[in-house]
Design a protein around this ligand. Structure first.
Ligand SMILES: NC(=O)c1ccc[n+]([C@@H]2O[C@H](COP(=O)([O-])OP(=O)(O)OC[C@H]3O[C@@H](n4cnc5c(N)ncnc54)[C@H](O)[C@@H]3O)[C@@H](O)[C@H]2O)c1
Length: 261
C-alpha cells in the first residue's frame, strides 16, 4: 500500500514521472508529492533525479529515484517492477521525458529522427505495455498524462521530428484511453505552449528577439513556469478529472486560440 498523506481527490497510489529531474517533470513530481502521492523520478540524469526525489521526501511522501534511459525499452520492465516495489503501488504515469531534435529537414539525420521519436513517443508506448499490469493492480482511478505540445497540432520548419513525435503522442494517448477505459484507467495529454525550462533556454539564449516574439504572440504576454503545466497534469491525474479521458488540455496562455494577424 502507498504511504503518506493524501488529500481528497487525489488517489494514494504511486506515480511514475519520466524526465522527472528537470523542468515540467520535476515540477510534476513536486506537485504530486505536495498532495501526498508517492513519486518515482526517472531520468537520464540520475543525480538530479535523486535530488528531486529527496525534495519529494521532504514533503512527506515515499519517493524513488532511478537513472533510466527510457529509449532503451528492453530495460523498462525491470525498472517498472523496481518502481512499483519501492512505491508500494503504481497507479499514475507522467511521460515528461523529451528531446527537441531541432533540425530543418535538409539537416535531419536518421539518428536525430530516431532519438526524438524514441524518447518522446516510443518510450511512452512501451511504458504503457509495462504499466498495464500495475495499473490494473492499483485499481480504478489509475491515470496517465502524456506531455505533448501545441506542436502536436501545428507544424514548425525547425522541428519536423519533434512535431511528428508530439502528434504521435496524441494518437497514442487516444488509443490507450480506449484500451484502458474498461479497467477504469484514464489517459490524457497536456499540450503546453512555451515553458521556461532548460529545453527552451538555448532558443531564448541564441535567437535574438525570440522570447519577445513568443511573448507578443501569447495573449497572457509571457511564457509559463513549469508549475503552471504541472498543476494541470496533477488535476488530470486526480479524481477531480474522473470523467476526462482521451482528451488533451492546451496550456499555452492563449497562444493557439488567436491568429497572429
Ligand atoms: N519547454 C517547453 O516549452 C515545452 C513545450 C511543450 C512541450 N514540452 C515538453 O515537455 C516535456 C518536458 O520538457 P521540459 O521543457 O521540462 O524539458 P527539460 O529539458 O527541462 O526536461 C526534460 C527531461 O527529460 C530527460 N530526458 C531526456 N531524454 C531522456 C531519456 N532518454 N531517458 C530519460 N530521461 C530523459 C532530461 O534529462 C530532462 O531531465 C518534453 O516532452 C517537452 O517536449 C516542453
Amino acid at each position: 500500500m502507498a504511504t503518506g498523506p493524501s488529500r481528497l481527490g487525489w488517489p494514494r497510489t504511486g506515480v511514475l514521472v519520466t524526465g522527472g529531474a528537470s523542468g515540467i517533470g520535476r515540477a510534476s513530481a513536486l506537485a504530486l508529492a505536495e498532495v501526498g502521492r508517492p513519486v518515482a523520478v526517472w531520468d537520464l540524469d540520475g543525480d538530479a533525479a535523486q535530488a528531486v526525489a529527496d525534495e519529494c521526501r521532504s514533503l512527506g511522501v515515499v519517493a524513488h529515484a532511478a537513472c533510466v534511459d527510457v529509449a532503451v525499452t528492453s530495460g523498462l520492465s525491470d525498472h517498472v517492477a523496481a518502481t512499483a516495489g519501492a512505491l508500494g503501488s503504481l497507479g499514475g504515469f507522467v511521460h515528461a521525458a523529451g528531446v527537441s531534435g531541432a533540425a530543418i529537414v535538409e539537416d535531419l539525420d536518421d539518428a536525430t529522427w530516431d532519438a526524438t521519436l524514441d524518447v518522446n513517443l516510443r518510450a511512452a508506448a512501451m511504458l504503457f505495455r509495462e504499466l498495464v499490469t500495475p495499473f490494473r493492480a492499483a485499481g480504478p482511478g489509475s491515470a496517465a498524462v502524456l506531455v505533448s505540445s501545441i506542436e502536436g497540432h501545428f507544424g514548425s520548419a525547425m522541428l519536423p521530428a519533434y512535431c511528428s513525435s508530439k502528434a504521435g503522442v496524441l494518437g497514442l494517448m487516444r488509443s490507450m484511453a480506449q484500451h484502458l477505459a474498461t479497467d477504469g484507467v484514464r489517459v490524457n495529454a497536456v499540450c503546453p505552449g512555451a515553458v521556461d525550462t532548460p529545453m527552451l533556454a538555448p532558443a531564448f539564449d541564441l535567437l535574438p528577439g525570440f522570447r519577445d516574439q513568443v511573448e507578443s504572440r501569447t495573449p497572457l504576454g509571457r511564457v509559463s513556469t513549469p508549475d503552471e503545466i504541472a498543476r494541470p497534469i496533477r488535476f488530470l491525474l486526480s479524481d477531480e478529472a474522473s470523467f476526462i479521458t482521451g482528451a488533451h488540455l492546451t496550456v499555452d496562455g492563449g497562444m493557439t486560440a488567436v491568429t497572429a494577424i
